[in-house]
Design a protein around this ligand. Structure first.
Ligand code: ATP
Length: 380
């Protein structure tokens, strides 16, 4: 991305509401034509960040640059930025065409010129011929398309989208995800998208900024976030993961051994660790293997606790002696070990992700109430 033109830059952004620090030193850049998603749990400050970019909120300190120029003194309407909200924010008393053409009207474009542009926009969002309809004659998905057409008509440089699909049902949401992505590619407009839905973020984004409690955990393309999460939070938030907490107990020329509760595992020898270092090891469920006999390099006893059939895959829970539920995913047609069977878990050395634990990011799986396979599987 470094050869791309910078569109938005957040430098040392902080935002307090009273004494509460909502955003704590946020730094990232969005490039021209990029689809960047801010992803994070409810309350982590995504909307606040978006509102600062739009100009509806002022940072407590720090600087936002648009096109490499500071925007602190620019009111929202002078930034070439439009926003699409979750609740559409359309004008109920206006027709579809009047809603879509609103921005042009405000900019003083005469009616005769507005008509063709409105039609063009309606065509773009696949609602050609809907201009004379009233809003109450539209479905949720159609209303959101109108909101998008309205936001695009005056050719913003950046479109901010705050959970635009969360009011839609699952099927429509999936369809609109594809449509939005197609639209963004076609127009080449920079999109800054907010969601708390990791699957949506993975599907649509060029890069994802994972936020947690007002700070940036990691910003990277979806594959990197999944394969090389830098923190336990990211590993846990993006996709499913098993996280072990352990101590580097022995480093030899060929092996790096990590002692975990009730066992040990081996790391690839090139991992940059030192003896006695506390680490977290992340292993994705699809990489976990189960064997009735012990596999060299690993000693992690486990008992098969449950299987869930999920169509193309089987999801299994393996119970470790310390009570930790380990998630294992296998191909739907694969023969599964019987419930109650005892054995050992292991994986290919290259599949383990090492996270060097800092004091803020210690993840003790057994202590973490969220870390129950059954709870996680019951989700959406
Ligand atoms: N005007 C305000 N005054 C005081 N606190 C606020 C204000 N706006 C937001 N907050 C607080 O700031 C925090 C971050 O809110 P924000 O809406 O940015 O989170 P979010 O990540 O977008 O969450 P969600 O996904 O639930 O919308 C929340 O704790 C919220 O209560």
């Amino acid at each position: 991305m470094t050869d791309m033109k910078e569109m938005i830059r957040l430098s040392s952004i902080k935002k307090n509401y009273g004494d509460v620090k909502i955003i704590k030193d946020l730094n990232f850049t969005v490039y021209e034509g990029e689809f960047l998603t801010m992803l994070g749990p409810s309350g982590c400050g995504k909307t606040t960040t978006l509102r600062m970019i739009a100009g509806f909120e002022e940072p407590t300190s720090g600087e936002i640059m648009l096109n490499e120029k500071p925007v602190s003194n620019l009111p929202p309407y002078k930034r070439k930025i439009n926003t699409v909200f979750q609740n559409y924010a359309l004008f109920p008393h206006l027709t579809v065409a009047q809603n879509v053409g609103f921005g042009l009207k405000m900019a003083g474009v005469p009616k005769v010129k507005r008509g063709p542009q409105v039609e063009k926009m309606l065509k773009l969002v696949q609602l050609e011929g809907y201009g004379n309809r009233k809003l109450d004659q539209l479905s949720g998905g159609q209303k959101q398309r109108i909101a998008i057409a309205r936001a695009l008509i005056n050719h913003p440089q950046v479109l901010l989208l705050d959970e635009p699909l969360s009011a839609l049902d699952l099927k429509l949401r999936k369809q609109m995800q594809l449509e939005l992505k197609r639209l963004q590619r076609k127009l080449g407009i920079t999109f800054v998208y907010v969601t708390h839905d990791q699957e949506e973020a993975l599907m649509m984004s060029d890069r994802i900024a994972v936020m947690n409690k007002g700070h940036l955990e990691q910003i990277a393309d979806p594959r990197t976030l999944y394969e090389q999460p830098k923190t336990c939070f990211v590993a846990n938030f993006i996709g499913e993961s098993n996280i072990f907490y352990g101590k580097v107990s022995e480093i030899t020329k060929t092996d790096t051994k990590v002692t975990i509760e009730n066992g040990y595992l081996t790391l690839q020898s090139d991992k940059p660790v030192f003896e006695k270092q506390i680490v977290n090891i992340v292993i994705r469920p699809e990489k976990v293997k189960f064997s009735t006999t012990e596999v060299p390099g690993f000693h992690i006893p486990a008992t098969v606790a449950e299987h869930y059939y999920a169509g193309n895959v089987n999801k299994s829970v393996l119970r470790l002696p310390n009570g930790m539920a380990l998630k294992m995913t296998s191909a739907g047609d694969q023969k599964l070990p019987e419930i109650g069977k005892s054995g050992f878990v292991y994986w290919e050395l290259a599949d383990a992700i090492l996270i060097k634990t800092t004091s803020d990011d210690v993840f003790k799986a057994v202590d973490n109430p969220d870390f129950s396979m059954v709870n996680q599987m019951g989700g959406d």
